[in-house]
Ligand binder design. Structure first.
Ligand code: FAD
Ligand code: MLT
Ligand code: ZN
Length: 465
């Protein structure tokens, strides 16, 4: 089999030594260690198509992989040594940029940060933004329907795509690279592949939406008492500034402490300690001085209303990046601090305070030592309700509680009408858990779609369903 694949992709398209293979076989969190039969890196759609055809005929399971930053083991093979990783990173060409149509057509292996740069160079904005943007790839973003910090204004990745090119599980290529904003010619197939986590086919290219580039971005860190004040502040800021509020991220003090401890060069945003913070960004077409004044005035109003305790406005690009660093380094800092149990959940924005209150109380009653590190995209109702182990506890003991801790948090989320996976997907982490919370009819419909597109079950088995 390997030689058949070599004939398609050449020596450069195979990862062979044990040392080189390792990063492909383990996930970002180090929670899943798989073993692949072969790791193949095709460089064109035609190569992907021929690779998939060969594997499909032999009924060999395929694990699509992009930047391998999945938070739920979605891109890691199982331990059987029978699955083949198809890594898309060599498919990294920008095929076209069309500023008048406000689109760019790009290959799946383009790194997200690079696409932000391409859009910027064309005088446009590609608004998808997340902590892993220096290494995650657009094929992975599409396949997980990634969220991130721009969702409040621009939506999830699903809302940023107009067309797709996909290699189907039998190797045929669906050419759906249309750059149309209106196209009502039946079922919108691209949305089946967005968020499918590689279980229905391999995305090889996409037409992405571009947006006008804001002239200025005003950024501030506002100290608040807790989630209730954060939600109230969001309402107030949107009343006064409307859609110009483009990011609104919540950080309890424990997150700032973790970043200060583990990430070199980070600084406390305000002179005093506060229970929690909100990172707010306002994007404007006015000059930066005007944008700053608008945000300052809005936050001043919130101070008077008793919602904000203190605030720091970034006075330079370096200060703006430093404030974002406090937010974007939380995952890395939490990882450096030790093992954690992650809950990427969402509830209606209005119910975020209840989530904190009810889950916090239920966990404290049963696991008083657990450290709750719950932060994130409060403007989207998406909280990373993560739990870190206490210093005294051994990692094995902590993980032994995992299933129970999950149920405590997820039961609250479910009762609040929420979702147990807001933006990271199910992967292998939540594949079983989802059966407890999702409507059986929805799961049945999902299985039927899977059977229709992938009758032999070779696309990323063991994930999602
Ligand atoms: P991978 O991890 O390689 O794959 C993810 C899934 O997509 C797998 O199921 C894989 O099989 C499938 N896949 C990958 N490429 C393809 C393809 N071309 N065709 C079909 N299937 C494919 N996520 C968010 O949503 N918001 C965040 O704010 C966020 N922050 C993060 C911060 C950090 C520090 C890290 C490490 C991760 C974060 N994530 C976040 C999770 C992760 O970055 C995203 O899920 C990202 O979209 C995954 O992209 P990737 O290229 O790394 O995909
Ligand atoms: C983030 O928003 O930083 C990540 O999605 C969160 C996580 O690490 O759980
Ligand atoms: Zn997130």
């Amino acid at each position: 089999m390997k030689e058949e694949l070599r004939a398609i992709v050449g020596d450069r398209g195979l990862v062979e030594t044990a040392h080189e293979r390792e990063p492909y076989e383990v996930d970002w969190r180090g929670q899943y260690h798989g073993k692949a039969a072969i790791i193949v890196r095709p460089a064109t759609t035609d190569e992907v198509s021929r690779v998939v055809q060969v594997l499909s005929e032999a009924r060999i399971a395929i694990v699509p992989q992009g930047g391998n930053t999945s938070m739920c083991g979605g891109a890691t093979p199982d331990g059987s040594g029978t699955q083949v990783i198809v890594n898309l990173s060599r498919m990294n060409k920008v095929r076209a940029v069309d500023p008048n149509n406000n689109t760019m057509t790009v290959e799946a292996g383009c790194v997200l940060a690079e696409l932000q740069r391409v859009a910027n160079d064309a005088g446009r904005l590609f608004p998808l933004s997340l902590g892993a943007e220096g290494s995650c790839e657009i094929g992975g973003n599409l396949s997980t329907n990634a969220g991130g910090t721009g969702v409040l204004r621009y939506g999830n990745t699903r809302e940023l795509v107009l067309g797709l090119e996909v290699v189907l599980p039998d190797g045929r290529v669906w050419e759906g690279l249309r750059g149309l904003r209106k196209d009502n010619t039946g079922y919108d197939l691209k949305h089946l592949f967005v968020g499918a986590e590689g279980t229905l086919g391999i995305i090889t290219a996409a037409v992405l939406k571009l947006f006008p580039k804001p002239r200025a971005m005003a950024t501030a860190m506002a100290a608040v008492d807790g989630p209730a004040q954060a939600v109230a502040l969001l309402g107030k800021l949107r009343e006064t500034c409307g859609d110009r509020i483009t990011a609104f991220e919540f950080l309890p003090r424990i997150c700032v402490d973790l970043v200060l401890t583990h990430i070199r060069g980070s600084r406390d945003p305000l002179p005093a300690r506060h229970p929690a913070y909100v990172l707010v960004e306002l994007s404007d077409n006015a000059e930066i001085a005007v944008a700053n004044a608008t945000l300052e005035e809005a936050l001043g109003g919130a101070v008077e209303a008793g919602l904000v305790r203190d605030a720091a406005l970034a006075a330079s690009e370096a200060q703006r990046l430093a404030l974002w660093g406090l937010r974007e380094n939380i995952s890395e800092a939490q990882k450096l601090d030790g093992v954690s149990i992650k809950h990427d959940v969402s509830v209606p924005v209005s119910r975020v305070p209840e989530l904190y209150e009810r889950a916090g109380k239920a966990l404290a009653e049963k696991y008083p030592d657990i450290r709750i590190v719950a932060f994130g995209h409060v403007g989207d109702g998406n909280i990373h309700y993560n739990c870190s182990k206490s210093e005294r506890q051994a990692a094995e003991d902590f993980f032994r509680q995992g299933a129970d801790v999950n149920h405590i948090v997820y039961d609250v989320v479910h009762a609040l009408g929420g979702s147990i996976s807001a933006e990271h997907g199910l992967g292998q982490l939540k594949r079983d858990e989802i059966k407890r919370y999702k409507d059986p009819l929805e799961l049945e419909l999902m299985r039927n779609i899977k059977k229709t597109l992938d009758p032999h079950g070779i696309m990323n088995p063991g994930k999602v369903l």
